[in-house]
Design a binder for this molecule. Structure first.
Ligand SMILES: Nc1nc2c(ncn2[C@@H]2O[C@H](COP(=O)(O)OP(=O)(O)OP(=O)(O)O)[C@@H](O)[C@H]2O)c(=O)[nH]1
Ligand SMILES: [Mg+2]
Length: 362
């Protein structure tokens, strides 16, 4: 869209042939759509058993890494981004295993996880949801450099089904990454900001639990004949539009959390070169400081596009994420209930041990 590469390559990994077949934007060859555990699951997935997902990922990490390494620009990449849903079996079980492996093998290259949290309705209808989510979050937290949290429930629109929402949710979840990843890769002077935000700033900002969001304000169309003569009202207008975009970005974070709990933050203003001025950055910096007083704030401008002023925000190193702590405490409760009942499915063989000594008539 902007004539530059922000992704060295993109791959999909799953234990389910059907899931891999349904993709639209990942290249269709076997190096890009990587089937793992084919022999163990017959290509039918792990049925929400994330321990099995983890086991298969451990056995087949080499297959995944071989595909990554076959990419031309593999050694140019600044970081790895590993994306999975927390509630399923395959992604939930594999993400931490793969992250750990990448960290050990490519020392010094950051590995960021993106974890998608389930819809509320999935939590109430499927016991495994909470358990998988808690295991996935904890495991990832132990190995990833940072974890972007995306809450499906946050993006749900009332009165429409989860399925019809999915494409819209995905679009909204990835949107903030676009300007963030483009800003530092621009080579054309026209699009390089006064204060460029590049991969180094992003890497320095990311640590631990992380959320992101984007807000946008439309700018009025200027008539070409009006020329450069602009009065003070225009200037005021643009600063307040940028402030509005920032409010929206904070209101639309990928998971509800308290900005005051962030240890690091970053914002990027994207808009037409003519509208971009350092006062805007300064004003937004002050605004963000007032809601996130403890955060170390980085910022930048990206003079690109027309018609709107966009603000992208990352809040990172968040010390207290209520939704995550809730998952952990619910999982602990669940585990003690399950222990006293019948296990969580995967260890059901243990039950067989209890009737081992009874003779069978077959
Ligand atoms: N935002 C978003 N969430 C998704 C999408 N697809 C699935 N999910 C969510 O991801 C979770 C589990 O998805 P699955 O596709 O079953 O996960 P999996 O990793 O393939 O695991 P198994 O099917 O159990 O092997 C659920 O909470 C879904 O709501 C998607 O395209 N976008
Ligand atoms: Mg699946």
């Amino acid at each position: 869209m902007r004539g530059m590469d922000i992704l060295a390559d993109a791959f999909a990994v799953n234990t389910d042939v059907a899931d891999l077949s349904g993709l639209r934007t990942i290249k269709a060859d076997y190096k890009h759509r990587i089937l793992i555990g084919g022999q163990r699951t017959n290509g039918h997935g792990v049925g929400k058993i994330s321990e099995l997902g983890a086991e298969i990922a451990r056995e087949e990490t080499d297959k995944i890494i071989d595909s990554l390494r076959a990419t031309d620009r593999f050694y140019d990449t600044d970081a790895f981004l590993v994306i999975a849903a927390a509630a399923g079996g395959t992604g939930s079980g594999s993400i931490a295993v793969l992250t750990q492996y990448l960290k050990e093998r490519y020392v010094g290259k950051p590995v960021y996880d993106v974890i998608v949290l389930p819809f509320r309705q999935e939590e109430t209808t499927e016991t495994r949801t909470i358990y998988n989510t808690a295991m996935c979050l904890k495991s990832s937290y132990l190995v990833a450099d940072a974890i972007f949290l995306i809450d499906n429930q946050r993006y749900v629109k009332k009165n429409s089904s989860a399925e019809s929402n999915m494409a819209a949710i995905n679009a909204r979840a990835v949107e903030p990454f676009f300007n963030l990843l483009c800003a530092g890769e621009e080579t054309s002077k026209r699009y390089v900001g006064a204060k460029t935000l590049d991969a180094g700033d992003i890497i320095q900002t990311l640590a631990g639990w992380t959320v992101l969001g984007q807000g946008s304000s439309r700018l009025p169309r200027r008539l070409p004949l009006c020329g450069p003569k602009r009065d003070f009202r225009d200037k005021m207008d643009e600063t307040s539009k940028a402030a509005h975009s920032m409010d929206e970005a904070i209101g639309e974070l990928s998971l509800t959390c308290e900005p005051k709990d962030a240890g690091r933050a970053l914002f990027l203003v994207t808009g037409p070169p003519k509208e971009m001025r350092m006062e805007i950055i300064k004003q937004l910096g002050d605004n963000l400081r007032s809601v996130a007083p403890d955060a170390l704030i980085r910022s930048g401008d990206y003079p690109r596009g027309k018609g709107s002023l966009d603000v992208t925000i990352i809040l990172s190193e968040i010390s207290n994420v209520k939704k995550i702590t809730d998952y952990f405490s619910k999982a602990v409760d669940l585990i003690s209930v399950m222990k006293s009942k019948r296990g969580l499915g995967y260890q059901s063989r243990k039950l067989e041990e209890t009737f081992e000594d009874i003779p069978v008539l077959l």
